[in-house]
Design a protein around this ligand. Structure first.
Ligand code: ZN
Length: 315
């Protein structure tokens, strides 16, 4: 058996998979996001309960929002109570087995190149999650790219290009990461609402923008065109750096009508001649992708059945 745990700001989910990645059981508990001790006790109890339900002892992988800093502390806005923990050390003290931890966007991409995923078997792929933030993960030569600091794939914190900012006369926004001008502040859900306001709309959320766009409001149309251009430029940066054969889009914005279809042309506008635009597809596993990817990483680290598209190559 393989267990995946997906830690969110409000809910923590565990799922049990068999060797063929069929999900046998899954359940959720509220995350004690401001109480480290309660959080560790919850994870230990969930793993014990998984052992009991499948009368065995599964491999384990955990997905977290955020990244680890150089001291091993989790950097995230969603789980303030976990800040004092040296995360891996604290988990090792309460979990009675080897485990893998990884950023949840990276887990998403591991799952999407796995069996039944939107980029199944891809050797070179990039996953972009567009929700309240813009997370991502890269598969390079069939393996998840982590990097020395384990934050490879954070495309949302690449800067907006000066040419694009000038084209739309966009303000330079300070990002939650502390930098200014990060793409995430324009292309994720809150960024889309911000673009709408920039063009004269009154959106407080991506949902409000969507309603105005569907109603044909001019400011919402301009925000949509600008957003598509910015997103195309952002993903073109990824193409220039990593040359993926396929880009998988996940998160709430991935379901906006026509976005996936329009993206290849928007990306190619920001590429130079001779660079091929990758295929753009939507997530196939949706909200289950993160927890399954965590389980796959745990299984791979233990030497159990595979992950990362190693089993089946795309041409
Ligand atoms: Zn940033």
């Amino acid at each position: 058996m393989h267990y995946g745990i997906d830690v969110g700001g409000t809910k923590t989910e565990i799922a049990i998979y068999d060797r063929d990645w069929a999900c046998l059981e899954r359940w959720r508990e509220p995350t004690p996001s401001d109480d480290a001790e309660a959080f560790l006790a919850l994870l230990a109890a969930m793993v014990r309960e998984a052992d009991r339900r499948c009368a065995g002892r599964g491999t384990l992988g955990l997905g977290f929002p955020g990244v680890l800093d150089e001291r091993g502390h989790l950097i995230t806005a969603n789980l303030p109570g976990l800040r004092p923990l040296v995360l891996e050390t604290a988990l090792a003290a309460v979990l009675d087995r080897a485990f893998v931890i990884e950023n949840d966007s990276r887990c998403f991409m591991v799952s999407e190149v796995g069996p039944g995923g939107a980029a199944e078997g891809a050797r070179h792929a990039f996953g972009a999650i567009l929700g309240t933030g813009a997370g991502g993960g890269a598969i390079v030569d069939g393996r998840l790219l982590s990097g020395a600091g384990r934050f490879a794939g954070e495309w949302g914190h690449l800067p907006l290009s000066a040419a694009t900012a000038r084209r739309y006369d966009l303000p330079c926004i300070t990002c939650g990461c502390g930098l200014a001008g990060c793409l995430e502040t324009y292309i994720a859900g809150p960024g889309l609402a911000r673009l709408h306001r920039h063009f004269g709309g009154a959106s407080a959320s991506a949902e409000a923008w969507h309603a105005a766009w569907q109603a044909g409001e001019e400011a919402a149309q301009r925000a949509r065109a600008c957003h598509l251009d910015l997103l195309g430029g952002a993903l073109a940066n990824v193409v220039k750096l990593l040359s993926p054969q396929v880009i998988v889009i996940g998160g709430g914005l991935s379901t906006v009508e026509g976005l996936l279809e329009a993206l290849p042309a928007a990306i190619s506008m920001h590429l130079f001649p001779g660079v091929e635009t990758p295929e753009v597809v939507g997530s196939r596993l949706g909200a289950s992708s993160g927890v399954r990817g965590a389980a796959m990483l745990g299984a791979a680290a233990s030497g159990a059945s595979g992950t990362n598209g190693d089993k089946k190559g795309r041409p």
